[in-house]
Design a protein around this ligand. Structure first.
Ligand code: PMP
Length: 362
């Protein structure tokens, strides 16, 4: 389809074309039922199969151990900022947060509501340009959990070493890199993500949580916010976001057909190398502020010599068929978000555009 552009938006963003086309082809009359899937009862056979296959895909692709529940929830990743302290912060214990950028700060803003809130590591003074090393992270003795955002979408940093928190549950917000690399379930007790980058449409939140954490979670909270409610009801306590889950199922079918997480990781290496090489070979003209060891493969950020040049870069890039490159409004500059469905050709074309733009403007 030649009228598709290269979309570098941070999310919602590019989804796999075969998944979109499959949805299009079966949308109006799903499997001969005479209705679309979003007009079927969520308790009916057709949707039930979609729901279970979506969960099965997540489990097999991410190698989720049997002692973890997979929950499909409303409210994106942001609802989890609230649900985590409500469910998991225990009285008399600390709730440990690692601050690495805008998204971990948003999660922490909700953590602050519990008396045990504690920041155990931050590099705000270095403008969040790197992730901590595993050895930097020491959970408090009595922590209920440690929270880490494993890929900061705005700052463009990605964890390279997952901390070993011993008996303290490590919770990661993997919204912007889930399904692009294996998750170390030996170190991580809960993973959550908004779906709209690597998994499907917005609004859906995926929570992968150790069953023992669900069982020991606080129960004196509203039923809808309780992990136990959703685990006990197979993520069908109320009407689930059926369209988003259906699209996630199709997106994950595509991931499966394209080498699973190993295949996605190889693509992420190729795409990100093309852009980082374009930056590094520019002798500082393009400047990525991120420490080389913390560079994200999903969200690449850089500056140009002036804001006027940045504006010109984005305008000409848009003209050339690259969308979504404007840096987040809080930091400015340029950001290329390249999730699983971004073709390597998109990164190659952007790298060439960068080289040409520099030649014409320096
Ligand atoms: N965490 C991270 C790392 C994100 O990038 C985002 C969205 N960009 C969120 C949380 C919030 O996700 P949602 O909009 O689905 O609530």
């Amino acid at each position: 389809m030649s009228d598709r552009i290269f979309n570098f938006a941070a999310g919602p963003c590019t989804l796999p074309l075969p998944a979109l086309e499959k949805a299009q082809s079966e949308f109006v009359n799903y499997q001969g039922l005479g209705t679309s899937i979003i007009e079927q009862s969520h308790r009916g056979k057709a949707y039930d199969a979609v729901h279970n296959e979506a969960i099965a895909n997540l489990r097999s692709l991410l190698n989720v151990p049997e002692d973890f529940d997979i929950l499909l929830l409303h409210g994106g990743a942001t609802l989890q900022f609230v649900s985590i302290p409500m469910n998991l912060a225990k009285e008399g214990q600390s709730a440990d947060y690692i601050l690495t950028g805008a998204w971990s700060k948003k999660a922490a803003a909700e953590g602050k509501r519990v008396p045990g809130y504690k920041v155990i590591w931050t590099n705000e003074d270095e403008k969040f340009t790197r992730m901590p090393l595993a050895a930097d992270i020491k959970p408090s003795d009595n922590a209920s959990y440690v929270h880490l955002c494993s890929n900061e979408t705005i700052g463009g940093i990605e964890v390279q070493e997952y901390p070993d928190c011993g008996n303290v549950p490590l919770i990661i917000d993997a919204s912007s890199h889930i399904m692009s690399q294996p998750i170390p379930f030996d170190k991580v007790s809960m993973v959550y993500a908004g779906a709209q980058k690597n998994l499907g449409p917005a609004g859906l939140g995926v929570v992968i949580i150790k069953k023992s954490l669900v069982e020991s979670a606080n129960m004196d909270i509203p039923a809808f916010l309780s992990y136990k409610t959703h685990a006990d009801n197979g993520s069908m306590y109320n009407t689930p976001p059926v369209f988003s889950i259906y699209m996630m199922k199709l997106t994950l079918d595509w991931v499966k057909e394209n080498g699973g997480v190993t295949g996605m990781s190889a693509l992420a290496d190729q795409r990100s190398k093309l852009i980082y090489d374009a930056i590094d070979s520019s002798e500082g003209w393009y400047n990525c502020p991120v420490d080389k060891n913390s560079r994200s493969r999903m969200n690449i950020v850089w500056r140009l010599p002036s804001e006027d040049l940045e504006k010109k870069f984005i305008a000409e890039a848009t003209e050339a068929g690259f969308s979504g490159l404007k840096g987040h409004r809080s930091v400015g500059g340029v950001r290329a978000s390249m999730y699983n469905a971004m073709p390597v050709e998109g990164a190659a074309a952007l790298a060439k555009f960068m080289a040409d733009f520099k030649k014409n403007n320096s």
